[in-house]
Write a protein of this length. Structure first.
Length: 217
């Protein structure tokens, strides 16, 4: 099913998810008030349940807590020889989403849906590279083709198989908020950075986003 045809419920969309990467990459939502994530607001607060925020207004209506689900532990993409452990991450005190320092480890946003959740987008992100660790496996996401298989294993031992529906490079200010929907069709969203590196700002210009739907849909 094409990603454009997958149902979304805007009222249940998570407000903002930000990637504050070691290499200077950050992810911000589109919309009025979006600014480059150069100076995170020191007054940013984290609602309950926490929702990451950058220098943009957060949605006033906090989403309801999701039903507990086993957390993902391993992400595998055979077409690009990608296999990385996945750890649950939350929100840093400054409002940015936690991202594992090592780009060979991905972070699952634990306040959003998990693969076993009945609906919504499972968001998993990782650094594209690191001054300490070098190029990370998520650098290969841009090479995926539509139909490529993606597998996520969770802590219960269950495997979830998805098929890539789209691979899109977004300028950060144009990243769609609906990628972080907490309702609608079950979807896997993988995010890293891409595009040219801007030495003046200290981060990559774009985000690479892979959207995949359940293989059995």
């Amino acid at each position: 099913m094409p990603a454009s045809a997958r149902a979304r419920t805007a009222a249940a969309t998570a407000a903002v998810v930000a990637l504050s990467l070691l290499s200077g990459c950050a992810l911000i939502p589109s919309g009025v008030g979006a600014q480059p994530p150069v100076t995170p607001s020191p007054s940013a607060t984290v609602p309950t349940p926490p929702r990451p925020a950058v220098d943009v207004p957060v949605v006033s209506a906090a989403p309801q807590a999701l039903a507990p689900a086993p957390q993902p532990q391993l992400l595998t993409v055979p077409d690009v020889s990608l296999s990385v452990p996945v750890v649950a991450v939350g929100v840093l005190p400054d409002g940015f989403m936690e991202i594992p320092e090592d780009p060979a480890v991905a972070g699952w946003y634990r306040f959003g849906p998990a693969p076993a959740s009945e609906e919504g987008n499972t968001v998993i992100a990782a650094h594209v590279d690191s001054a300490t660790y070098g190029i990370g496996p998520f650098s290969r996401l841009r090479d995926l083709g539509v139909g490529a298989e993606v597998s996520v294993a969770d802590e219960s031992g269950r495997d979830f198989t998805y098929r890539v529906e789209s691979v899109t490079e977004y300028v950060k200010s144009e990243l769609p908020d609906e990628l972080f929907a907490r309702s609608g069709e079950r979807t896997l969203v993988l995010i890293t950075c891409g595009g040219p590196f801007d030495p003046a700002l200290g981060h990559y210009r774009d985000n690479i986003v892979v959207v995949a739907g359940p293989a059995d849909a």
